[in-house]
Every structure is written in C-alpha cells, then in structure tokens.
Design a binder for this molecule. Sequence first.
Ligand code: SF4
Length: 448
Amino acid sequence: MQPARHSDLPSTDLPGTDLPGTDLPGTDLPGTGSETVSPEVVNAPGRRQSIGVKVGAVTIGGGHPIVVQSMTNTDTADALGTVRQVQALAAAGSELVRITVNTEEAARQIGRIRELLDAAGCRVPLIGDFHYNGHLLLTRYPECAEGLAKYRINPGNVGFKHKRDSQFATMIETAIRYDRPVRIGVNWGSLDGELLTRMMDENARLSEPRDAREVTREALIVSALESARRAEAIGLARDHIVLSCKVSGVQDLIAVYADLGARCDYALHLGLTEAGMGSKGIVASAAGLAILLQQGIGDTIRISLTPEPGGDRTTEVIVAQEILQTMGFRSFTPLVTACPGCGRTTSTVFQELADKIQSFVRSQMPIWRERYTGVEDMSLAVMGCVVNGPGESKHADIGISLPGTGEVPAAPVFIDGEKAMTLRGEGIAEEFQRIVEEYVERRYARRA
Ligand code: SF4
C-alpha cells in the first residue's frame, strides 16, 4: 500500500468569510498544518502491521501516517456551535473529528453540520460517538448515518442482555449499508459488565487466580476482539474495523495495547482516556503513548485532555501533533528549541522571544504549507546565553543566542550551522522574525 501523500489527506482550509446561510462569523482560526507528512517515516521499520481503514479521504493504519484526531465538547444539537468547534479543531490540524450523537435532536443536526462544513470548505471527516441509543438514531435519521464518515460503538453501552446483540447488529448493518467503518471502542469505565462478571467467575475457579486488575485488562481485550468478530460475522469487512481499549492508567494502557496489538491486525485507535487537566493530562498521555508508538503500536491518536473552563479545545490537537513530531514520526509545524533559562538570565527576553517565534511560526503555517515544501521540518532555536546558545543554535536550521546577564548586549544568529549576523538593540525580536521569513522563502519556496 502506498503511503499517504499531501493530496490524500483532508483539506482543513477555512474560509475567511461568513458561511452561506448561517450567522457564523468569519474565521481567522490558527492553523498548524496537517496535510504534510514526511514520507520517509511513513513505513518506519518496527511499525505494527495493520489493515488500513478508510475514513472519508483519510486512511487509518495500513502503513499510513499516524492520524491525529480530536473530539468536540459542544452540544451537537447546537449545529452552529459544533461547526465552529469542528472548524477550529480541523484548522489546528485534526484530521478526523468526533462528535457526540446522543439525542434525536443531535442526530437530526448531523446532515446540516456536514453541509455547513462542506460549504465552508472544511472537509474533515466526522465520526459519530454513540452510546445506548445509537441503533435507533442511525436507523431513524438516514442523514445522520450518511453524514458521518465513521461510527464509534462502545460494546459496553449498546444495550443489556438479549437486546445487546440485536442493537449491536443494527448498528453494524447500518455501517454496512452506508459503507462506513466502525470503531469498536471499549472503555475501562464502561466495560461490558456481564463479560467482566463471567471472566471474574472463571478466574475465581482457577487453582491460581490472576489479579483482578489483570482480569479486567483481559476483559477489555476480549470485549474488543469478540465484538470485532461479531461485526465480521454480520458482514462488516475487516478493513472497516478499528479497535480501541482505553484506560486511564499509563501502565494499564501500555499492557493492554501491547497485548491487543499482538493479538490482531485491526487498525488501532490509541489514547489514554480521561487523561485529566493541564500538565498532568499532557504528561500522562505522552508517557503512555510514546512507549506504545515507539513499539510501532497505534494508527490514530487522540489526547483526551480536560480543558480549563473556557479553555481552548484545540490544545489536544497540538499536544497530539507535538508527541508525533518530537518523536520523529510526523512533522506538522516547525518547532522552537529553547533553553529553560537559569541564573544567567535575569530578564524574560529570551522566553518572550521563544514564545513569539513559536506563535508566529504556528500562525504562518496555513500560508506556508501552501507555498513552501518541507517547511514543517525546519528547526529553530532561541537560547538564553553564551553557555549553550551558540552550540544549540548551530544545530538548528536557524537559531539565535541572546545575551545572558553581564554579556555583551549582542545576539548572534546562526543559519545552517554558520554564524550569519549579530543583532543588537531594541528590535531583535522583529529582526529575527524577518530573518526567519527570509530563510523560509529562500530555502523552501516551491520551484516551478
Ligand atoms: S543556555 Fe545559558 S541561560 Fe540557557 S539554561 Fe543554559 S546556561 Fe542558562
């Protein structure tokens, strides 16, 4: 299978003007680029072999680049609010966006949401997240079944006792009818109670019973694999099935996915569920995902961060991208290397410059990715003093070493490993930004 190229991936272009027929404001959302991949890492050695699953224009698994996805937290019944957030997530680089479909009103709005996004030029595929009543919503609202590019089914939440199998079958049959893939997404917090009880009872009868946590981890995997087998028996093709077994503990995540990955070749959606807020959520997600990604496990990732009240939902997209980019699996936007600062820096100048340059680069990416080939791989350095400044700056494509306390007030700039000039005075930040722009134009401009 050929690796994804620029054109295989979804457009996340945003219009600059109001959407037709809506009162949505014009968007000037930040973009971080999502279409560009580094072909040389697409088939990275050691990647787990999985069956590719097409979700709209995006392919999960099958040797394709690891896909970044996210989820809205708007009420889906609020179509305009949901459209705005999907646009923001797509602009930040989310290649798939999941939305909750929990009520009749939400299901009724799916077709409109898709239309509004298409009209705005935002082609990002939508995934519907169903629990309890998905069988009803998908059959009662054909525009919902049609407007979604993939359905997420939680085997622990499709129904109870005799209804469970028939309701699960209804959802799978709908997916077959509309030729849509399905994620069978098992979750630690909503694991099939009957299955868990059965497995715990069986374990209790063993001469040497296993630890209850171990049995629970096994139950997650069995739930996913049995559900996948049932879906195949109903007629869903293997290349229409993605699996996930999400837990909230890092060690459990590593153990579950290592085992799941070895026991099947379905494409895997990887993520730590309920990761939490702020640095805790970021660190826990990065710790768990990094180990699994390094083992070649994971075809699409989602970072389940809890935003601060009123916080920016797109943070989860940026964190996902930065995990993949800092590990060298994909490139999305140039990243700035900056030193932490220490007693040799008595002002915040270098922190402000590092922040300014990273923000500038991120804000330029929607334009740069159209004009400049490979710019996402550019490396930048902003350093605080002469100790490591020149050395680290030389390793970057373009770097600046600011003067520390007591040093001569001059900032040497290094380009491609060579000292190119020295900046002085008040306007160092603006001057360095201009130098970065010129470098991008000179090095990455597409030649006819
Ligand atoms: S480069 Fe200089 S300012 Fe930055 S951490 Fe190292 S010694 Fe401190």
